[in-house]
Design a protein around this ligand. Structure first.
Ligand code: PBG
Length: 349
């Protein structure tokens, strides 16, 4: 055939494929979400294979390992004992609660990690909502919730969080949190806004992990999180949060919203984060357990697609293992090189 353009030339060997590869996921792109609970043993989470609720000591060990692997940040989620929860999420204001305690410890013991904390009431409320309810209990109250979120954000910053991440989807919370942080002198504390957070079924395993399942027939999280059908509205959310002072905007979930990540990337110059959420992680594990998908390659392809769509950073439960594999590979290649050079240059290495 007379075919001057043959794109397969670009795919003929691993070396050439590596040279023309447009996108790479590196440990520096990844943020590890971690769960911590008030108990003496780590506890597995059935719907999140390989993820545990850590004890304080175990979480500190993992944070040290993550830093050594080159993971720049962790997002820490507390699992609060049911007896500490109430309808107002009051325990969020207790400055000695589990989250503030662990943040102080991580900051002191692994200072090179960026610590991200959610700003939302769901770990602390007995109804599982991200805010407080109106008097008649029919809605999550926007403005009252924003006031509480400001206090949570300030507590988190005081404990040592580098980045506070409002995940509640109340209107006006980014500006209010920025003002509250600045008023307390936390002008360097960043705001990573869950700007386009969709009311998604993919959060199921996370709610198992922290015990924040909202009962059937109760208020729906769809009354504050976005409709999965809406992409234009996601841009409105992002531009508003940018104008209110967000430092980074996030799209969540990631895999089913790659179009949104791409259009957010084009609509703003802010760094864009994407959260590959619990259900995305769980479904890859489930299919692999059944022998229906290859675990590593599906995982890597899912992360690559999120990066390719325009995310600068990815929150993913796979962060640590991906970084470990990169490290193992790098070591393997290095030891080979050393062995090779030893024969030509004895005495070196
Ligand atoms: C809470 C919060 C949720 C997630 C992160 N922060 C759940 C929710 O909104 O119900 C989900 C993360 C995941 O599924 O991995 N505001």
């Amino acid at each position: 055939m007379n075919l001057p353009v043959r794109l397969r030339r670009l795919r003929q060997s691993s070396a050439i494929r590596r040279l023309v590869r447009e996108t790479q996921v590196t440990p520096a792109d990844l943020i590890q979400p971690l769960f911590v609970h008030d108990a003496s043993e780590n506890a597995p989470i059935a719907s999140l294979p390989g993820v545990v609720r850590h004890t304080v000591d175990s979480l500190l060990v993992v944070c040290r390992e993550l830093a050594e692997l080159g993971i720049p940040g962790v997002a820490i989620f507390p699992v609060i004992l049911p007896e500490r929860k109430d309808s107002l999420g009051s325990h969020g204001l207790a400055e000695d609660n589990l989250l503030y305690h662990i943040v102080r410890r991580v900051k002191a013991e692994v200072p090179e990690l960026a610590i991200i904390t959610d700003v939302a009431l769901d770990p602390y409320t007995n109804h599982g909502h991200d805010g407080v309810l109106t008097e008649d209990g029919s809605q999550v109250a926007n403005d009252e919730t924003v006031k509480l979120l400001c206090r949570l954000a300030v507590n988190e910053a005081r404990a040592g969080a580098d980045i506070v991440a409002p995940s509640d989807m109340m209107d006006g919370r980014v500006a209010a949190i920025r003002a509250a942080l600045d008023a307390e002198g936390f002008t360097n504390t960043m705001i990573l806004s869950y700007a386009a957070k969709f009311a998604s079924a993919y959060y199921g395993p996370f709610r198992d992990a922290v015990g924040s399942k909202v009962g059937k027939g109760a208020i729906s999280k769809a009354s504050y999180q976005m409709d999965p059908a809406n992409a234009r509205e996601a841009i409105r959310e992002v531009l508003l949060d940018e104008a209110e002072g967000a430092d980074v905007v996030m799209v969540k979930p990631a895999g089913a919203y790659l179009d949104v990540i791409r259009s957010v990337r084009e609509a703003t110059r802010l760094p864009v984060a994407a959260y590959q959420v619990s259900g995305e992680y769980a479904q890859i594990h489930a299919a692999a357990q059944l022998g229906w998908l290859d675990y590593e390659s599906t995982r890597d392809e899912a992360l690559l697609a999120i990066k390719r769509s325009g995310a600068d950073m990815i929150l993913t439960y796979f962060a640590k293992e991906v970084a470990e594999e990169k490290m193992r590979k790098a070591k393997g290649e290095k030891s080979k090189t050393l062995r090779g050079s030893a024969s030509c240059c004895p005495g070196l290495g």
